[in-house]
Write a protein that binds this ligand. Sequence first.
Ligand code: PMP
Ligand code: GLU
Length: 397
Amino acid sequence: MKFAKRIQSIKPSPTLAITMKANALRAQGRDIIGFGAGEPDFDTPENIKAAAVRAIADGFTKYTPVGGIDELKDAIAAKMEGDHGLNYNRSQIVVSCGAKHSLYNLIQVLCEEGDEVIVPAPYWVSYVDIVVLAGATPVIVPTEEAAGFKLTPELLRGAVTDRTRVLILNSPANPTGAAYRREELAALAAVLASREITVISDDIYEKILYDGFEFFSIAAVSEEMKDRTVIVNGVSKAYAMTGWRIGYAAGPAPIVAAVTKLQSQNTSNPASIAQKAAVEALTGSQEAVRTMVEAFRERRDLIVSALNEIPGLACPSPQGAFYVFPNVAEFFGRSFQGKIIADSTSLAAYLLDEADVAVVPGADFGADKHLRLSYATSRELIETGVARIAAALGRLG
Ligand code: PMP
Ligand code: GLU
């Protein structure tokens, strides 16, 4: 069968593919420990589930406005005002079927052939394919491990051309956990001044920050920056609601109107029931978020110290999100039963085959010297999984 070029130009999401593969191996009876999925292992908090049950009981089960119900837009606006002092009205907010959907739609409405989108690397796996699907060109800008994997004004200046249409920023970042400080964002904003570049600020891990690190969004740098930034966020990570598929974008009204038009021709509204649940997530008690973030911090400390005990492996302690991104280049060139571990992809395959541990190769994030491990899993599985990794790496000759 003949398929369109557009679908042939992309690959399946590697993070989702690895999770599926781990599940399939478990179904065959293998005891796989999964560090693949970037998904909180906690259940959705009870008050949020109860709001969804109420929505069903009340018959709130019909189409809603395409861009989301006013109640949810108002909850998002209040959150933006309360958390960041940023003022958005209903026409500046669109609710989508997950943050990934918001990102996809934004790139679809902003970019086309000939446009460039700056993507600092390491990047979240889907940015590049989302840009390619729009026919635009991803301009990948590698950042330095020694500089905490952050985009600098110099790197940004070197990447901007007349064709640059969008810069994607993600803080705290998947996969590195790197988070930008206010001054760093102000310095990046200065490079963008007087250029017609829209910033897409992917703030999905905003609530998952450690050691008192204060979140700051580039949209809050100045009124001018707010006017050229679209914030993308959602409830998946902070509220353990990955399956509910609610994300949103907040930014200039014309961009939001274009995304809403696009949604009206593909998904229509996000699920009515999930929208009611998201209202409760944003307006109800935030206690569960604090509890989950504290658990993530303990697990971060556990996994970082366990990984750093492995000779040859170096793992910095991330500031946010729930991933570690250790450098494993030391193991490249070693072999097992005659097979050489050449790169992060073959190392991840080796760990799955020989240690029953699922991790994501750094190559999928544009940084081949690394592996990504999600520590959104229990302390027990972290301990056992890292012990398996240590033993398997020790077997390499
Ligand atoms: N952005 C980043 C950086 C992510 O890691 C994810 C993970 N799913 C998303 C966006 C999308 O989240 P969702 O579609 O579940 O809201
Ligand atoms: N964002 C998560 C991850 O990076 C979930 C999977 C996905 O949507 O890519 O693993």
